[in-house]
Design a protein around this ligand. Sequence first.
Ligand SMILES: [Zn+2]
Length: 140
Amino acid sequence: MADVVACPSCGAKNRVGTPPAGKTPACGKCGAALPWLITATDATFDREIKAPVPVVVDCWAPWCGPCRMVAPVLEELSRDLAGKLKVVKLNVDENPLTAGRFRIQSIPTLLVFKGGLLVDQIIGAMPKQALLARLNPYLS
Ligand SMILES: [Zn+2]
């Protein structure tokens, strides 16, 4: 699924879909790293968690209050960590296969993948600095 984002460096509008294998999205105009935040479904999940950078999957649902606090934090992290992190949104109501596969019992749950493998699972909302500290070991 392609989303349009403004380049944090030059302001050019870019479509962020699936970059070439092994690459992270970059601005078509100036080459700066772009925030990488996409929406996955049961059908695209396996493809989306394979990335050259760590992937955080936000398992959420529209009726979940704490999920609404996590969403803007992850948006900020995708901007702050452009080129170093990928954020994937997964609506667990619409994608029960993936939610079942990872035994998502309460939301928000964040699944952290590195090299396509699940390396961490964070249950519940967390302030930005705490989340960043938790993710830091995977970012190097
Ligand atoms: Zn640019």
